[in-house]
Design a protein around this ligand. Structure first.
Ligand SMILES: NC(=O)c1ccc[n+]([C@@H]2O[C@H](COP(=O)([O-])OP(=O)(O)OC[C@H]3O[C@@H](n4cnc5c(N)ncnc54)[C@H](O)[C@@H]3O)[C@@H](O)[C@H]2O)c1
Length: 212
């Protein structure tokens, strides 16, 4: 379960939105050796997500899939951010908030005023344009899509989606992070639905056509 040994260039990862997707991404990142700072607008959401993830690790330790020491070490890597400004030390922030363009643009614009200029801003959007989200930023070269699937720990693929202005080194670093988090990475173009959703839709269409 530990991916500590796989090289990646990030130390601290921020999660904004700790619902179904955010907590899964947080779990994998902590297992990959990153410190994970979690923020959610909803009161109590971070505590709930942290308890959920710790529960998974405890059960894994009970089943001897990981050691008790690993479960504790992973748990220590989860840190609550009381407000957005607390994400300042993050090397990368992954947003998993509601699927609304204006909300994501507003968030990324706010984050730019908080994190270092070399920090990466990643979106887990499944249908919005990464380029459109990045348009809200002064530095769109650090904005990228990092699209996990539900449930995150079990769906072992993540799409890496550069926008029109994303820097190549950002794409490479996020790709390496996806691998370090134990997932197969697929480079996808910034089109609605990206790559895997198209593949799933085509598969679904073919299999239902056959059964008709
Ligand atoms: N659920 C899926 O199957 C799935 C799969 C892939 C991608 N996605 C994408 O991931 C993102 C999150 O989806 P989810 O299913 O985890 O949603 P969710 O509703 O489970 O969680 C969203 C969380 O974001 C919080 N939030 C909302 N606005 C916020 C803001 N402005 N700042 C901070 N926190 C905020 C909410 O309080 C909530 O806890 C969406 O963009 C969605 O399209 C979802």
């Amino acid at each position: 379960m530990s991916n500590d040994a796989v090289a990646h260039s990030f130390n601290t990862l921020g999660i904004v939105g700790t619902g179904a997707m955010g907590r899964g991404i947080a779990q994998l990142a902590a297992q990959a050796g990153l410190n994970v700072m979690l923020f959610d607008v909803k009161e109590g959401a971070v505590a709930e997500a942290t308890a959920f993830i710790n529960g998974l690790w405890r059960r894994s330790a009970d089943k001897q899939r990981i050691t008790q020491a690993q479960a504790e070490q992973y748990g220590e890597r989860l840190i609550e951010a009381r407000d957005l400004a607390a994400l300042a030390p993050c090397d990368i922030v992954v947003e998993a908030i509601i699927e609304k363009l204006e909300a994501k643009k507003g968030l990324f614009s706010d984050l730019e005023g908080i994190v270092r200029q070399d920090a990466v801003l990643a979106t887990n959007t499944s249908s919005l344009s990464v380029t459109a989200i990045a348009a809200a930023c002064q530095h769109p070269e650090r904005v990228i899509g990092f699209h996990f699937f539900n449930p995150v720990p079990l769906m072992k693929i993540v799409e890496v989606i550069p926008g029109l202005r994303t820097a190549n080194d950002v794409t490479q670093r996020v790709n390496a992070l996806g691998t370090a988090m134990g997932h197969f990475t697929a480079l996808a173009t910034d089109t609605p639905g990206f790559l895997v959703n198209h593949a799933r839709a085509r598969f679904w269409h073919r299999s239902t056509a056959r059964s008709e």
